[in-house]
Every structure is written in C-alpha cells, then in structure tokens.
Design a protein around this ligand. Structure first.
Ligand code: UDP
Length: 236
C-alpha cells in the first residue's frame, strides 16, 4: 500500500481514513505519531515526525490546518486508533506492552484492557515515571512485543519510541498521550456532544484548566502560521 501523505508546515501527515490507517498499521512496523498542533510548534519534533512510519491527524487543529491548505482529511482520534489496534492485536494473537502513566493508573488501565480483550497477551507493563530509560528499553527488547502503547506525554513518548524502535525492528509503537488515564476510568473522555462538535479540547481544558496555557497561544499561532504558509508568497 502506498502511504498517501501531505506536508503541513513541513510536517508529514498521512491522509488515510480510519480503516485504511488500521490496515496499513497492521502491515508495517515502526512509529505511529498522533500529531497535533502542539507537536507542530516544537521544532525538535520535525525530524521525529517525518521519519515516523505513520502520522495520523489527531485533533481538530490539524484537520483545520489541512483544510486551510486545501486538504479534506478526516481526523482520527489517537485514543480510538490505539483501542482498535489492541483489538487487532487480540485478533491476530500478538503480544502487547503498555508503558506510561502513573503506577496506579497503568495498573487499572491494564486490568480494564484485559477485561475488554480477554485473549490479549499483555507481556509487559510499566508506569511512565522511570529515570533509567536503558533498563526499560532492555526489558521490552527481551519481551519483544508486536505492539507497544506508550503514554509519556509529548515529546517524551515520541523520543522514547525513536530510541526503542531501533531495538525492536518488528514492533509497532504508538504514542498514546493521556489514553491510559481514560482507560483506567480515572479521567473521563469528553461527552459525545463535545466530540460531535470537535470540542474535545474545550472539555479537557474546562476539566483541567492548567491545559489552557498549552492551548494558548499555541493554537492561534499555529493557525496563523498555516494561513501564512497558504496565502503569503514565500520570501515575504
Ligand atoms: N506521563 C508519564 N511520564 C511523564 C510525564 C507524563 O507517564 O514523565 C503520563 C501522564 O501521567 C499521562 C500521559 O503521560 O498519563 C500524558 O498525558 P497528557 O494528557 O499530557 O497527554 P496528551 O494526550 O495531552 O499528549
């Protein structure tokens, strides 16, 4: 399958629909990035994103940016994509590692995942508050899981995955942000009405006001940069 992609502000983004992205992810190994405007405001992320094997547009900001540049691409929520990949791993009898979040969160998330996917082989679980990265890398190298979900927040998770994928060339790594918090039941996902109007970010900001400074001024600046890329001739 040819990985269809476009570039926005110099960042690669694959333009698959949900089902095609799942099919493609099943056929490759490497790094899946669920990209958002915050990542695209961090220059250190550019090389990581552009060398990722699959970049999915997670969030309304990226969808809007793509739309401004004339690309009609539907967003894929990272949490839904990762959930589906767990189902795929169960169906295909592939082993899974879960890394990230606070110790009590990852334990509860693992328990809930195992309940939902009783035949899933979860062969490694670790919280995300470790200092000895080498030790964690060695431990997952020994387990050699096919699917690794990694929730260390961004850019930490993407940097960890960039290192880990060199050791495990047949594994698929997905940076899943706050997904374990949701799967543990300790954080609620935005109600359907917010999701229907693409306002999940607003719900999360209301619930966790400290997120406000992550959105502002990042989001408006991102839109301005996209508008400039689209409408202002290069060199002006
Ligand atoms: N986290 C972690 N180790 C760290 C920092 C964060 O495991 O050193 C976890 C944190 O507990 C949370 C997740 O990473 O479960 C990131 O959540 P956040 O809501 O920031 O992610 P987002 O989806 O916004 O990128």
């Amino acid at each position: 399958m040819n990985p269809e992609c476009v570039y926005l502000l110099g960042y690669k983004i694959n333009t698959f629909d949900f089902e095609t992205a799942v099919e493609y992810a099943n056929s490759i190994s490497g790094q899946v990035v669920t990209i958002n405007p915050e990542m695209m405001s961090n220059p250190d992320m550019k090389d990581i994103v552009n060398s990722a094997e699959l970049v999915i547009p997670d969030g309304i900001g990226v969808q809007l940016g793509l739309m401004i540049c004339g690309h009609n691409v539907k967003r894929i929520a990272g949490i839904e994509f990762a959930h589906r990949m767990l189902a795929e791993a169960e169906k295909n009898r592939q082993s899974v590692a879960l890394i990230g979040a606070k110790p009590e969160v990852i334990e509860k998330a693992k328990e809930n995942i195992q309940k939902e996917f009783p035949n899933l082989y979860i062969t490694y679980v670790h919280d995300g508050y470790f200092s000895d990265t080498e030790k964690i890398l060695k431990e997952i190298e020994i387990r050699c899981p096919r699917l690794v979900l990694c929730a260390l927040g961004s850019p930490k998770q993407e940097m960890f995955i960039t290192q880990a994928k060199k050791l495990l060339p047949d594994s698929l790594f997905i940076g899943v942000g706050g997904s374990f918090d949701v799967w543990s039941g300790m954080v609620k996902r935005a109600p359907k009405i917010y999701r229907a109007f693409c306002l999940e970010w607003l719900y999360r900001t209301i619930k966790e006001p400290q997120r406000f400074k992550r959105i502002f001024p990042t989001l408006p600046l991102f839109v301005l940069r996209v508008l400039k890329e689209r409408f202002v001739p290069k060199g002006v």
